[in-house]
Design a protein around this ligand. Structure first.
Ligand SMILES: Nc1nc2c(c(=O)[nH]1)N[C@H]1C(S)=C(S)[C@@H](COP(=O)(O)OP(=O)(O)OC[C@H]3O[C@@H](n4cnc5c(=O)[nH]c(N)nc54)[C@H](O)[C@@H]3O)O[C@H]1N2
Ligand SMILES: Nc1nc2c(c(=O)[nH]1)N[C@H]1C(S)=C(S)[C@@H](COP(=O)(O)OP(=O)(O)OC[C@H]3O[C@@H](n4cnc5c(=O)[nH]c(N)nc54)[C@H](O)[C@@H]3O)O[C@H]1N2
Ligand code: SF4
Ligand SMILES: [Mo]
Length: 729
């Protein structure tokens, strides 16, 4: 133990040795048996980390300085992630619901009952009455297996995943604009950009390690432009901040393009040689003058003009965004409108120039590539494309007619459960009760299911509604791969065996497939075999992992797809030489006029409501609400409110207020901050039940991506006299 005051020797001389099994401040000082080089289990940056393992338990971590993305650095969640391994709440047995709560069961009993329920429901109501929900915190291997299990073993069309709440607007827009769904550049291009637009991302809290890349760009002279209704931590060090009103980004992007065209800051040559559709876009943005754009977006006209000037005159540039522009009923249109700026200036596919959506979940990228989406088959293939269907049916050894068609998306599956059309559900790595909008309806749906099995390693709020809870595996309890936000497929290494009688997720899925009579299609004895099948299945598809293997990924600290053959080095930067992935090789402009959100403010609900994250909590919180050091940093949801709005309502800092929308209401302490627009409030969503922000949100969906509108709806605030939060006063 190094100390600022004592050297270790001085300390021991004064106080005697510390018994070597005493954890100090949660830090276990014992010598580990081994250090395992793997990755953080949380966000899509997938920082490298070395887990310290002793007696088959994770007891701490060491930095992994050679991994190039984070070079040993970790954020507050990364340094605490090891604490979940020995958590007392860990599920260690399958559980079966009885009249008196859950009882422990053995695996045969739990899996047989699950398979019986599948057969019972499907024979009574049809195959599609049983749905499957997956997730993007899981490895590529599991994403592939989930898709295959649903189509081959369950034979249902209704499989989707939690990325439907996350990345799908960007995914759809990227395919429409570029013909492929992946960030265009490796992160290492960021420091070489001379101007960076960050829109709809709280980068410093959600991808803390990427701040370093942005700051390196700034040190190299880059101008940083941040677009957000809140002055987030990264905005405090930006050159320009555009305080956009929630739900107005397509108009703002059109206003910026208007200025670029007017000042001749566009690259006519690139547009001519490498794109289609510019003329319609030029016509559309003609009316988006700075003053009209200011009226719609709330961003001052002069600031819009300045941002266009920074972008227009730069030699190199990067545009990065996350869910702030994607969680909208026009999420796809917002993304496409910003992509227009990148294409119009021709700054993509070059060192220091490009574009990317910043992937959210640990495997947000790979989780959306290998077939666990309702419209997708492995290798990013389209389930509606006859050729793609034939390829995968043949690969799986099925007649094409047995391969189900396109099913419902995640929120639509919950809607159909509520309507009584879907009767059975298996979910893995998804906590929809906390994470889907309008939680009252989600609860009603879960209560209505005739059978529900949840696979998780903690008893999530959703799993409490399950008939059977199957104890699955933590990230460190299995081998596998994930594909990071920059498109780099990296290796996760098994550090410890699953706790107690818990089993690896893939073993549970394969065992269930066997009990459903399809075991011969799921004859895997380790994750590597699943990966090898996945790479073969992807070969020749739009997302090609064909040339990857565990050995190659390890030797290169990750491989970027496309990587079609074993001698191919992978593709860190896409679109070099202006070559896009549409069949004509050209990118597409898109001209979508601005339209308002599904629910805008009005007389009864006059305040914009938006939601998102804080640095110390992760998603629905099932993992991070169990780690003391993270809970201490931000124990419960607070409502960010501007002092002007607070004064108008007579609300003081720490006062418990009630926030009301057309779906529901919640009471929570006000946190008065000058960093938010005075017409908007913000609540983080990591808590369940009465503390859940999703009691308030609107389940209106984007017509293309089917993502819900988490980032904007209308609310009002009511005072609850006399109730204050003592901690805040
Ligand atoms: N600490 C932490 N990190 C995480 C996660 C976590 O839960 N906690 N989750 C991971 C996942 S899965 C994801 S998807 C990412 C999410 O990463 P981000 O998208 O960066 O995070 P959010 O907080 O959802 O929203 C980002 C910002 O959008 C702004 N915003 C709201 N409405 C609008 C709008 O209309 N326009 C614009 N331009 N901005 C708007 C909000 O004020 C907020 O600052 O983070 C990943 N990293
Ligand atoms: N209001 C509001 N709501 C939002 C958002 C928002 O910004 N605002 N953001 C949305 C976004 S971007 C996202 S990504 C979703 C996330 O929403 P969810 O996906 O529902 O949230 P998670 O917390 O990831 O839930 C995953 C569950 O899976 C378990 N789990 C994690 N890894 C594994 C694994 O490897 N195996 C197994 N078996 N289980 C595992 C965890 O213990 C947890 O219980 O929330 C969405 N909801
Ligand atoms: S930035 Fe993301 S991957 Fe890196 S330590 Fe933090 S949560 Fe983990
Ligand atoms: Mo996400």
């Amino acid at each position: 133990m190094a100390s600022l005051i004592y050297s270790e020797e001085e300390y021991i001389a004064q106080y005697g040795p510390t018994p070597n099994d005493t954890p100090v401040n949660g830090w276990d000082s014992r010598e580990p048996d081994k250090l395992v080089k793997t990755h953080c289990c949380f966000c899509g940056v997938q920082c490298g980390i070395q887990l310290k393992v002793k007696d088959d338990k994770v007891i701490g971590f060491e930095p992994w300085e050679e991994f190039p993305v984070n070079q040993g650095k970790l954020c507050p969640k990364g340094v605490k992630r090891y604490l979940q391994n020995e958590h007392p709440d860990r599920l260690v047995d399958p559980l079966i619901r009885t009249e008196n709560g859950y009882r422990e069961a053995n695996w045969d009993e739990a899996l047989n009952q699950t398979a019986d329920a599948v057969r019972r429901i499907q024979s009574k109501y049809g195959k599609d009455a049983f749905a499957f929900l997956g997730g993007a915190s899981m490895t590529n291997e599991k994403a592939y297996l989930n898709g295959k299990f649903a189509r081959v073993a369950l034979g249902t069309a209704n499989i989707d995943y939690n990325g439907r709440l996350c990345m799908v607007s960007a995914g759809a827009a990227n395919k429409m604009a570029f013909g492929v769904d992946r960030a265009a550049n490796p992160w290492s291009d960021i420091p070489n950009a001379k101007v960076i637009i960050l829109t709809g991302t709280n980068l410093a809290e959600c991808f803390p390690i990427l701040t370093d890349y942005v700051w390196r760009a700034r040190d190299n002279g880059a101008k940083i432009i941040v677009i957000d209704p809140r002055i987030t931590p990264i905005a405090r060090t930006a050159d320009l901040f555009l305080p956009v009103r929630p739900g107005r980004d397509s108009a703002l992007a059109h206003g910026l393009l208007h200025q670029l065209i007017k000042n001749d800051w566009i690259d006519e040559r690139f547009i001519e040689d490498h794109t289609n559709g510019f003329e319609a876009t030029r016509e559309l943005v003609e009316k988006y003058t700075p003053s009209l754009t200011e009226k719609i977006t709330g961003v001052p006209a002069a600031t819009i003009a300045k941002a266009a000037e920074f972008w227009g005159l730069a030699e190199t540039s990067m545009l990065l965004h996350a869910r702030g522009i994607e969680h909208h009923t026009k999420g796809v249109e917002n993304v496409l409108s910003y992509i227009n700026l990148v294409l119009a200036t021709g700054r993509i596919g070059k060192p220091g120039s490009g574009y990317g959506t910043i992937t959210g979940q640990g495997n947000g990228q790979g989780g959306r590539e290998h077939g666990q989406r309702c419209n997708q088959l492995p290798g990013g293939r389209d389930i509606n494309d006859q050729g793609h269907r034939n390829e995968i049916a043949e690969f799986w050894g099925l007649p094409e007619s047995e391969l189900p068609g396109e099913g419902l998306t995640a929120c639509e599956i919950i809607n159909d459960i509520e309507d009584g059309k879907i009767k059975g559900l298996i979910s893995i790595s998804f906590n929809p009760l906390v994470s889907i909008p309008d939680s009252k309806r989600t609860r009603k749906a879960l209560e209505k299911l005739e059978f529900f099995a949840a696979i998780d390693f903690f008893m999530s709020e959703t799993a409490r509604y399950a008939d059977i809870v199957l104890a699955g595996s933590l990230q460190e309890e299995d081998e596998g791969t994930v594909t990071t936000g920059e498109g780099r497929c990296v290796r996760l290494r098994n550090s410890v065996p699953p706790a107690g009688n818990a089993r690896r997720d893939w073993e549970i899925i394969c065992d269930l497939a066997d009990r459903l009579g399809k075991g011969d299609h799921f004859d895997f004895s380790n994750s590597e075999q699943i990966f090898d099948e996945l790479t073969k299945a992807s070969q020749g598809g739009p997302i090609d992992y064909g040339g990857m293997s565990y050995g190659k990924i390890e030797a290169n600290m990750g491989v970027f797809w496309p990587c079609p053959t074993t001698d191919h080095p992978g593709t860190p930067r896409l679109f070099e030489g202006g070559k896009f992935f549409h069949s004509d090789g050209r990118a597409r402009f898109h001209a979508f006029d601005y339209r308002p959100p599904a629910e805008d403010v009005d007389h009864d609900y006059p305040i914009f409501f938006t939601s998102g994250r804080v640095v110390s909590q992760y998603l629905s919180g099932t993992q991070t609400r169990r780690i003391g050091g993270l809970v201490d940093q931000y124990p419960e949801p607070l409502c960010e409110i501007h002092p002007l709005l607070a004064a108008r309502l007579g609300v003081f800092d720490g006062e418990v207020i009630r926030v009301v929308t057309r779906r529901g209401s919640m009471s929570l302490p006000a946190q008065i901050v000058k960093s938010i627009r005075p017409d908007t409030i913000f609540i983080p969503y990591h808590w369940p039940g009465k503390k859940a922000a999703n009691q308030l949100t609107n389940r209106a969906l984007d017509p293309i991506s089917k993502i819900p509108e988490f980032k904007v709806c209308a609310c009002r605030i009511e005072k609850l006299e006399g109730k204050t939060n003592p901690k805040m006063n």
